[in-house]
Design a protein around this ligand. Structure first.
Ligand code: GCB
Length: 607
C-alpha cells in the first residue's frame, strides 16, 4: 500500500508538478516597472455571479467567453441589463487584505472581484510581465477581458507574460479572488491565524528587454569560503549570451557565456570577504549585465552549517536569540503593507535583543527579508504545511512543493535566511512522514547551503519531555514546539522537567509561550495575567537551559495577532494573546524577562 502511495505521488508530480510551477522574475524590485498599487474597485460576490451562469458553468469557458465581471462593462447603453459596474463600486487599497479595510469584510471568506485601470504605451522591443507579490488564495486573472490564468497559494509570487496583450493607452486588469478555506489546500481549513483575503502584496507591470536576466544566484561556496559560486539564467532565447557579474568592492568583474539553456554557472576564487552577520550585516553591491539588461542587488556573504550540537555561522558557534513573527500589523489588525510596518516589527525584535526571527507560518513578504538582510537578523522561513494536511492527495503535495520551491527561488540570495522550514506541528503517521520527508529532500535538492528544519511536537512521560518524531532524522536541527506552563503543567512545575531528545543535533525551540492580556494583573496562578505569562517565561528558560544542546529559540510570539479560534470575550476577543507586545503596542512583563535573558546569553564570538 505504502509503495503504491509513493509511486502515485512520484508519477503525479512528474506531470502535475509542472502545472503548479510558477516561474517568476528574480529581484522584481530591481527592475523597471509600473506599480499597479493603489485603489482597486471591488465587488463582493459570495455567489460567484460574475463567474458562473445560472447553471453554474463558468462564463470564461463558454464559446464567447462573455458574461463575466471581467468584461468590465460600464455606463452601458440604457437598453442593456447589466448587474454590476466597477466604476461605481467602492475601492480597496492594494496591497492590503480586504478584512482589515472594511468592517463588512472583516469575517468575509469567499469571492471578491478587483478591477484597476492603467495607461501604458507598450514598446515593440520590450517584454511585459504582470507580477503579483501574493494574492490569497485562489485567483483568476483577466487582462482587458481575456483570461491570463489561475493561481493558487496565498503567500507566493506569480506572474504572466503579457507582451503583445496590452493596448496602447487604456487597459484594465480584473481579478477574481477566492479565500474560501478548503481541506485539500495548503494551508488546510484549520489554522490559528486570520484568513486574510485579497491582493495582499505589490502588483507590478515589469518591463524588460526581449532577452532578459530572469534569475541568478550569487553566494559563497558551501565547502570553501574562498570561492563565490552560482548561476545566471537568461530568458527569451537559447543562443549563447554574454553576461557580466560585477562586485566592485571585491574587485570582481567576470564574464561568462550562457549555454543552450540560457544558463551560465560559475565558481571562482574571491579576495577575503567581509562576512555578513547580525552584528555586522555587510551587503555588497552586485550588478549583472547582459545586452541591454542590467540588474542591481545587495547581497551578503556568509556560511551556515551544523556540527554535532553546534550551529556555525561563518565558522563560529552561534546562539539564536529569536522570536516568532506573523505577517500582521497588530495596530491595524491586517497584513503588513508597507516597509514602515515591517520595520516596526523588526525594530521590536531588535529591541528585544534578537539576532534571529522565525517568520511563521508561510512565506513572508520579500521586503521584510531584504530588511532582515539590511538590519541584521537571521531568519527561519516556513511554508504553510500546518497541522492536519491531506497527506495522501497528490495535488496537495504538488501545491506544498510548489510553495516551497517558489519561496526558495525568490529568497535564495538573502543572507539572512539560514533555515527553510517545511512545516509546523504535523502529526506523525506513515503518510505524513512520506509527504514531509519528500519536502525535506526537495528543499535540500534546491538549496544545499542552508539548514532544513520543521517545528516538531513533543511527548511527555512523567517529568520527561521526549522528542522522537522520526522526521527529525532527516532534519538539520532538533526543533520543536512545547507549551509547558500553558497547554500542559502549571508554570511553577516547569523546573522539574527534563528533556530526552533522540537526535545529536542543535536544539532550537521553535515555540513556547503563554497568553496574557496587556494591563491585566494577578498573581502567578492567574491565567491571562501578565504575571502568569512572566512566570512561564522565567521557568521555561530555567527548564530549557538544562539542555547542553540548546542553541536557540523563537518563543511564541512577538505581538498579539488575530485568530478566529480565540473567542473569550474579555481576554481574547479574536486575538491570540501570546504576544510579548499587545495589539496596541504595549510591552508585557514577559518581554523584559526575555530581553534580560538575551542580554546576558553568550556563545561563540558572534555574541
Ligand atoms: C502552536 C502553533 C501556533 C499557534 C500556537 C498557539 O503550536 O504553532 O500557530 O498560534 O500554538 O497559540 O496555540
Amino acid at each position: 500500500m505504502l509503495r503504491i502511495i509513493i509511486l502515485a505521488l512520484i508519477a503525479f508530480t512528474a506531470f502535475y508538478g509542472q502545472g503548479y510551477g510558477q516561474e517568476t522574475i528574480h529581484n522584481v524590485y530591481g527592475r523597471t516597472f509600473l506599480s499597479l498599487n493603489g485603489p482597486w474597485n471591488y465587488i463582493m460576490d459570495p455567489y460567484q455571479m460574475g463567474y458562473l451562469d445560472y447553471r453554474q458553468k463558468p462564463f470564461d469557458q463558454s464559446k464567447s467567453g462573455k458574461g463575466g465581471f471581467y468584461d468590465n462593462l460600464t455606463d452601458v447603453d440604457k437598453s442593456m441589463k447589466v448587474e454590476y459596474d466597477f466604476t461605481y463600486a467602492p475601492a480597496l487599497e492594494v496591497p492590503g487584505d480586504w478584512n482589515s479595510q472594511e468592517e463588512k469584510l472583516s469575517f468575509y471568506e469567499g469571492t471578491l472581484w478587483y478591477k484597476r485601470d492603467f495607461v501604458i504605451s507598450p514598446k515593440n522591443n520590450k517584454r511585459y510581465l504582470l507580477y503579483f507579490g501574493a494574492v490569497n488564495y485562489e485567483c483568476h486573472v483577466y487582462l482587458n477581458g481575456k483570461k491570463l490564468g489561475v493561481h493558487k497559494g496565498g503567500f507566493t509570487p506569480f506572474q504572466f507574460d503579457v507582451s503583445g496583450k496590452l493596448n496602447d493607452g487604456n487597459n484594465f486588469v480584473v481579478l477574481m479572488v477566492d479565500n474560501t478555506r478548503k481541506k485539500d489546500e495548503i494551508p488546510t481549513i484549520n489554522t490559528d491565524w486570520w484568513n486574510y483575503g485579497g491582493i495582499t502584496r505589490d502588483v507590478m507591470l515589469v518591463e524588460t528587454p526581449p532577452v532578459y536576466i530572469e534569475d541568478y544566484k550569487v553566494q559563497l561556496s558551501k565547502d570553501n569560503k574562498e570561492f563565490i559560486e552560482g548561476f545566471i539564467q537568461m530568458k527569451g532565447n537559447h543562443k549563447p549570451e554574454h553576461v557580466v557579474l560585477e562586485i566592485p568592492e571585491l574587485g570582481i568583474k567576470s564574464s561568462f557565456t550562457t549555454d543552450n539553456r540560457g544558463r551560465a554557472t560559475f565558481r571562482f576564487r574571491t579576495r577575503k570577504v567581509d562576512y555578513w552577520s547580525p552584528e555586522h550585516p555587510k551587503l555588497y553591491d552586485v550588478t549583472i549585465t547582459s545586452g541591454s539588461d542590467k540588474v542591481h542587488d545587495k547581497i551578503g556573504f556568509r556560511t551556515i552549517r551544523t556540527v554535532n550540537k553546534d550551529i556555525l555561522l561563518n565558522g563560529e558557534s552561534v546562539f539564536l536569540k529569536g522570536i516568532s513573527i506573523h505577517d500582521e500589523n497588530p495596530i491595524l489588525g491586517g497584513r503588513l503593507r508597507s516597509e514602515g510596518d515591517m520595520r516596526m516589527m523588526l525594530n521590536w525584535a531588535k529591541e528585544l535583543g534578537c539576532n534571529y526571527i522565525r517568520l511563521a507560518h508561510y512565506t513572508h513578504n520579500e521586503t521584510i527579508l531584504r530588511l532582515a538582510d539590511e538590519i541584521g537578523l537571521l531568519v527561519w522561513a516556513e511554508i504553510p504545511v500546518y497541522w492536519t494536511i491531506s497527506w495522501t492527495n497528490p495535488h496537495t503535495y504538488a501545491n506544498a512543493e510548489n510553495q516551497l520551491a517558489v519561496g526558495i527561488d525568490r529568497d535564495k540570495n538573502r543572507a539572512s535566511i539560514i533555515i527553510w522550514s517545511v512545516g509546523n506541528e504535523t502529526p506523525v503517521t506513515e503518510e505524513r512522514n512520506i509527504f514531509m520527508g519528500r519536502l525535506v529532500d526537495k528543499a535540500k535538492s534546491l538549496d544545499d547551503t542552508r539548514l532544513v528544519a520543521a517545528a516538531l511536537e513533543v511527548e511527555r512521560e512523567g517529568y520527561t519531555i521526549k522528542v522522537e518524531d522520526p522526521l527529525g532524522d532527516k532534519l538539520d536541527l532538533a526543533s520543536f514546539n512545547e507549551y509547558g506552563g500553558w497547554y500542559w503543567s502549571a508554570p511553577k512545575e516547569l523546573p522539574k522537567y527534563s528533556f530526552d531528545i533522540r537526535f545529536n543535533k542543535p536544539v532550537v525551540i521553535s515555540e513556547f509561550g503563554a497568553g496574557a492580556l496587556a494591563g491585566f494583573h494577578g498573581d502567578e496562578d492567574t491565567v491571562w495575567s501578565e504575571e502568569h505569562q512572566e512566570l512561564v517565561y522565567i521557568n521555561q528558560i530555567k527548564m530549557l537551559e538544562k539542555m547542553d544542546a540548546l542553541r536557540g529559540m523563537t518563543p511564541w510570539i512577538l505581538v498579539d495577532f488575530k485568530s478566529p479560534r480565540r473567542q473569550h470575550p474579555v481576554y481574547q476577543n479574536f486575538w491570540n494573546r501570546k504576544g510579548l507586545i499587545s495589539n496596541t503596542g504595549k510591552k508585557k512583563k514577559a518581554f523584559y524577562v526575555l530581553q534580560d535573558y538575551y542580554k546576558t546569553k553568550t556563545m561563540g564570538k558572534t555574541n
